[in-house]
Design a protein around this ligand. Structure first.
Ligand code: KIV
Length: 291
C-alpha cells in the first residue's frame, strides 16, 4: 500500500518505525560463537561490568562486546567489603536492568556466593532463575575442578558458562589477601589444569584475575576458548574492568593493573557543587526553566 493519502502524522510514525527496524536489524548481536571467532582471528574482546539500565545503555552504545553483571555489585553498588553478601535475587534485579539497556552486547551474570557451591542441582536452579528472570545470555562461576559437575549440569540445560580462575573474590577468606595469585609453581600448575578442565567441561570462556602475565599468556595459548584478563597482562584474548574503577568513581581502589579512562568522581563532584550553589542562591531554576 502506498503511503500517499495517509495523514501526515501516520506517515511520520511509519517512517520512524521503518528507521528503527532498519537500525535494529543492522545491529549484529554478540554471541558465544562470535566471541570464539574473535579469538580465532586474533581480535581482542572488550568486557566491562554493568549493574543498571542507564549505564548498560551507554556502554552498549559505545560498542562494548561483553557486559558482566558482576557480583562486584556487592562492593560498588551496595558498599559491602566483599562480594559474599550479595544474593541471587539482588543479582537478578541488576541483571534484569542491564539486559533492558542492551541491544548488541553479550550479557554474562555472576552466580553469587552460596548459590552454586552446594551441589550441581543448586547450581542449575540458580542458573535457570538468572536466565529465565533476567533475560541474560550466560552465567559465570568461580573455581576449577571443584565446580566441574556444576558447569556440566548448567550446560546440560543449554546455559553458556564462563569460568573464573586466579583471584576468585568469593574465596577471599580462604586466600586472606587480594594479592597476585599463582606466583608459585604448584598453584600455577593447578590453574593450568583447572583452565583445561573448564574448557573440557564446556565453558565458552574463562576470566583470569590477577595472575602473572606470563602464566595468563600460557593459559590463553593452551586453551582454544577465549581467555579474558583482569590484572593478567596483554597476552590474553580480551580485557575486563569494573566500570566504576575505569571511570574513576572508586578513587580509593588503585591496583597496578587499573587504567582510568575518566575522572567521574571530580566531574560529578563539580556538577553537584554547582547545583547546590545554584539552588542555594536561587539561580536555579530561572525563568526559562519553569512552566
Ligand atoms: O564481579 C566482577 O566484577 C568480576 C570481574 C572482576 C571479572 O568478576
Amino acid at each position: 500500500m502506498s503511503s500517499r493519502g495517509l495523514p501526515l502524522r501516520l506517515k511520520y510514525l511509519i517512517q520512524i518505525a521503518t528507521d528503527v527496524s532498519v537500525h535494529k536489524a543492522d545491529i549484529k548481536k554478540i554471541t558465544t560463537h562470535q566471541l570464539q571467532q574473535m579469538k580465532n582471528r586474533g581480535e581482542k574482546i572488550s568486557m566491562l561490568t554493568a549493574y543498571d539500565f542507564s549505564m548498560a545503555r551507554i556502554l552498549d552504545g559505545a560498542g562494548i562486546d561483553v557486559l558482566l553483571v558482576g557480583d562486584s555489585a556487592s562492593n560498588v553498588m551496595a558498599g559491602n567489603e566483599t562480594t559474599l553478601p550479595i544474593t541471587l535475587d539482588q543479582m537478578i534485579y541488576h541483571a534484569t536492568s542491564v539486559v533492558k539497556g542492551v541491544e548488541r552486547a553479550f550479557v554474562v551474570v555472576d552466580i553469587p556466593f552460596g548459590s552454586y557451591q552446594g551441589n550441581s542441582s543448586e547450581a542449575l536452579r540458580s542458573a535457570i532463575r538468572i536466565m529465565k528472570e533476567s533475560g541474560a545470555h550466560a552465567v559465570k562461576v568461580e573455581g576449577g575442578n571443584e565446580i566441574k559437575e556444576s558447569v556440566i549440569r548448567i550446560l546440560s540445560a543449554g546455559v553458556p558458562v564462563m569460568g573464573h580462575l586466579g583471584l576468585t573474590p568469593q574465596s577471599i577468606f580462604k586466600f586472606g589477601t587480594y594479592t597476585v595469585r599463582a606466583k608459585e609453581e604448584a598453584e600455577a600448575d593447578k590453574l593450568l589444569e583447572d583452565a583445561q578442565i573448564l574448557q573440557d567441561s564446556g565453558c565458552f570462556a574463562i576470566v583470569l584475575e590477577k595472575i602473572p602475565a606470563k602464566l595468563a599468556k600460557k593459559v590463553a595459548k593452551q586453551v582454544s576458548i577465549p581467555v579474558i584478563g583482569i590484572g593478567a597482562g596483554g597476552g590474553v584474548d580480551g580485557q575486563v574492568l569494573v566500570m566504576q574503577d575505569m571511570l574513576g568513581i572508586t578513587k580509593e581502589f588503585q591496583p597496578r593493573f587499573l587504567r582510568r579512562y575518566a575522572d567521574l568522581d571530580n566531574i560529578i563532584t563539580g556538577a553537584v557543587k554547582a547545583y547546590v550553589k545554584d539552588v542555594k542562591s536561587s539561580d536555579f531554576p530561572n525563568e526559562k526553566e519553569q512552566y
